[in-house]
Design a protein around this ligand. Structure first.
Ligand SMILES: *Cc1c(COP(=O)(O)O)cnc(C)c1O
Length: 341
């Protein structure tokens, strides 16, 4: 029995998804003539409550195209110091858009309104132009209710900032909060959704926003080499995922909670609690995470570390109840051996 809890990116397309992909009508999407890509984009725009959506190869490209389309060189982007856009996308805001990232401390993924307010400099020839706020939902596996973001959003609006939501796992948040995706995207100008994480498509992401914004984004997508041709083959996987794999995320969340409660009683481990958890279990260890990751791999229980003393276990489409039981067994044995040692 092996189980892969490293990330929800490891999911493989199901048989039914592969069939939908094989059957998909296609055309040249750079000409706007791929019917499946067009259907996916229209379906996603409605789901996300925006005028238009654009299919891109990855959520990283989607976020960076959004940064490019919202800013000019020298503008200032405000984000949480842990933001994926800032710290996990190869320095692209600087490399590609030439913007300054002004990182701010956050609690549970939320930059407080007064922290943002204090960081925004007045208009003055000496200052960078404050232009964009990025948010993330889910953030490290925690779903953020829009009410908890409202004060920060209001400060951004009062200063004329645009707002981009990195919703790589937006549907996990929607399912966990029992809210529609469009309720979560209503306060923001643009949103990225990853199709290749918990949704289970082999690749792809969506960027949604106003018509004018997507018109600019289309040009940057092309500039970055993201204009694809018969992309309907893979877009069909994304469309299938949005139709069939959203509600089932509740199963991933339930399994993550089962795993969390199995681990929470074990000596030397502390489960990090989120107000509204989704498909991730974060565990702080008394010791180092690296050796435990290696030990797990040796017996087919795969998971990752988030820094020297923290583990991350992620549930997804390819993890079932037996996989959760195997992981719980592994950690129980480890705890027992340690106590005996
Ligand atoms: C995974 C992730 C991305 C990037 O997604 P890719 O499709 O791997 O490029 C962006 N933001 C967040 C919050 C993510 O978790």
């Amino acid at each position: 029995m092996s189980v892969d809890l490293r990330s929800d990116t490891v999911t493989r397309p199901t048989g039914a998804m592969r069939e939908a992909m094989a059957r998909a009508p296609v055309g040249d999407d750079v000409y706007g003539e791929d019917p499946t890509v067009n259907e996916l984009q229209e379906f996603a725009a409605a789901l996300l409550g925006k005028e238009r959506a654009l299919y891109l190869p990855s959520a990283t490209m989607s976020n960076q195209v959004a940064v490019l389309a919202h800013t000019e060189r020298g503008d200032e982007l405000f984000c949480d110091v842990d933001a994926h856009v800032y710290g996990a996308e190869a320095g692209s805001p600087a490399m590609l858009a030439g913007v300054m990232c002004h990182t701010l401390p956050a609690v549970g993924g939320i930059v407080a309104a007064d922290v943002l307010e204090a960081a925004i400099r007045p208009a003055n020839i000496h200052h960078p132009r404050p232009r964009l706020l990025t948010l993330e939902n889910t953030h490290n596996g925690a779903a953020l209710h829009p009410d908890r973001l409202a004060a920060t959003v209001a400060v951004a609006r009062a200063h004329g900032l645009s707002i981009h939501l990195d919703g790589a796992r937006l549907f996990n948040a929607a399912v966990a909060l029992n809210l529609s995706a469009r309720t979560l995207t209503e306060p923001v100008d643009s949103v990225t959704v990853c199709l290749s994480k918990g949704l289970g498509a082999p690749m792809g992401a969506l960027l949604a926003g106003s018509n004018a914004f997507i018109e600019r984004a289309l040009r940057y997508r092309k500039a970055l080499g993201g204009g694809l041709r018969q992309a309907g083959i893979v877009a069909a996987g994304g469309l299938f995922a949005l139709r069939h794999h959203v509600e089932r995320m509740a199963d991933d969340h339930r399994r993550a909670r089962t795993l969390a409660s199995a681990l929470s009683g074990l000596p030397g481990m502390r489960v990090v609690e989120a107000e509204v958890p989704t498909n991730m279990v974060m565990v702080d260890l008394d010791g180092a995470s690296g050796p435990l990751v290696d030990q797990g791999r040796g017996v087919g229980v795969l998971f990752g570390s988030m820094g020297p003393g923290r583990l991350r276990l992620v549930t997804h489409l390819d993890v079932d109840d037996a996989g959760i039981a195997a992981a719980a067994d592994f950690f129980t044995k480890v705890a027992r051996e340690r106590r005996g040692a």
